[in-house]
Write a protein that binds this ligand. Structure first.
Ligand SMILES: Nc1ncnc2c1ncn2[C@@H]1O[C@H](COP(=O)(O)OP(=O)(O)OP(=O)(O)O)[C@@H](O)[C@H]1O
Ligand SMILES: [Mg+2]
Length: 259
C-alpha cells in the first residue's frame, strides 16, 4: 500500500504520518516513510533520527542536474525500485522504520518546486513494495501536488482535517482531485478535535461532502507540547486513537490488520 497523507497546511499531516508509521511497525509491517514536503525538513526528528536523510534529489545531481541526469544510471533510473536498493545516507533506518526525503527548497530564487514534484511522482511510480511493506507519504500542504501528478501511483489518500472550515474545504478539494484520478481509497481523519460534539459536527460536514471518516484524533496537549522539540509522544491518547484509524484503513484496503 502506498498511502499519502494530505491536507491543509498545519492540519497535522506529519503528526499523522508519524503516528501511523509507528502503529504499522508495531503490527509487523515494514514501513517506508517518504518525506515529499519540499518546505518542512523536520520529519526526521519525529522518528528520533539526529539528522535528515540526504534528499533523493541529490542522487540525480540536484535540481539543476535533474533533467540531464534522470536518464543516467542510478537507482532512480531503474524501472522498479526496492527500498533495499536505496543507498545508505539517502535512506535512514531505525527499528524497522525507513525514512527518505525527496528534496527541499534550500535557497531563495532557486526556482519553483516542480522538479521535486516530478521526482516524487516518478519515484513513487517505480517504488516496488514488498507484500508486508507500507509506504506512508508526507505530502506538502494543499493541493498543488495533485497538479503535478504526484499521486499517479498512490492507491490510498488520507486527508487530515481539523475543525476550521477552511480545512474541510481543502479536504473537499483533495477528495475531488483524488477521485478524478481514480484513486481507489480516499478517506479523512479528524485531527485536533477539542470535544465529542465538535467531532460529530466535523464528521457530518465531511459526510455531507461524501467523504468517509476513518477515525478521530482529539486535541492532545502532549502532542502539541512535544512539537517544541519537533517530536511526538510514543504513548498517550493519540497513540491509542490511531489504532482505530489503522484498523479501518487496513481492513478497507483488504490488508491484514497485523502481520
Ligand atoms: N492531535 C493533535 N493535538 C494537538 N496538537 C496537534 C495535533 N496534531 C498536530 N498538532 C500540532 O499541530 C502543529 C502542526 O502539526 P504538523 O506539523 O503535524 O502539521 P502539518 O500538516 O504536517 O503541517 P505542515 O503543513 O506545515 O507540514 C504541530 O505543532 C503539532 O504538534
Ligand atoms: Mg508537515
Amino acid at each position: 500500500m502506498k498511502i499519502s497523507i494530505c491536507g491543509k497546511g498545519g492540519s497535522g499531516k506529519s503528526t499523522v504520518v508519524a503516528l501511523l508509521a509507528n502503529e504499522a511497525l508495531k503490527r509487523g509491517y515494514q514501513v517506508l516513510v517518504v518525506d515529499s514536503d519540499e518546505s518542512n525538513s523536520g520529519l526526521f526528528r519525529m522518528f528520533d533520527f539526529d539528522h535528515p536523510p540526504i534528499p533523493l534529489m541529490e542522487l540525480v545531481g540536484g535540481k539543476k542536474g535533474l533533467k540531464q541526469k534522470m536518464g543516467q544510471p542510478s537507482v532512480l533510473s531503474k524501472a522498479n525500485i526496492q527500498t533495499t536498493q536505496i543507498p545508505g545516507g539517502y535512506l535512514l533506518q531505525k527499528d524497522g522504520l525507513k525514512l527518505i526525503a525527496i528534496g527541499k527548497i534550500l535557497q531563495s530564487l532557486e526556482g519553483c518546486a516542480c522538479p521535486m514534484g516530478g521526482l516524487s511522482r516518478e519515484f513513487l511510480k517505480k517504488l516496488d513494495l514488498a507484500e508486508d511493506e507500507l509506504a506512508v507519504v508526507d505530502m506538502e500542504a494543499g493541493v498543488e501536488h495533485f497538479g503535478r501528478g504526484v499521486e499517479t501511483s498512490i492507491d490510498s489518500v488520507l486527508i487530515v482535517v481539523e475543525p476550521p472550515l477552511e480545512s474541510v474545504n481543502v479536504g473537499q478539494k483533495i477528495h475531488e482531485l483524488a477521485s478524478e484520478m481514480d484513486i481507489k481509497n480516499v478517506w479523512a481523519v479528524l485531527n485536533k478535535v477539542p470535544t465529542a460534539e465538535i467531532a460529530a459536527r466535523l464528521k457530518a460536514e465531511l459526510q455531507e461532502r461524501y467523504i468517509e471518516v476513518v477515525g478521530c484524533i482529539y486535541f492532545d496537549a502532549d502532542i502539541f507540547n512535544s512539537s517544541i522539540e519537533g517530536k511526538i509522544p510514543v504513548n498517550g491518547a493519540a497513540v491509542r486513537e490511531i489504532k482505530e484509524v489503522m484498523d479501518s484503513i487496513l481492513s478497507r484496503a483488504g490488508m491484514p490488520t497485523s502481520r
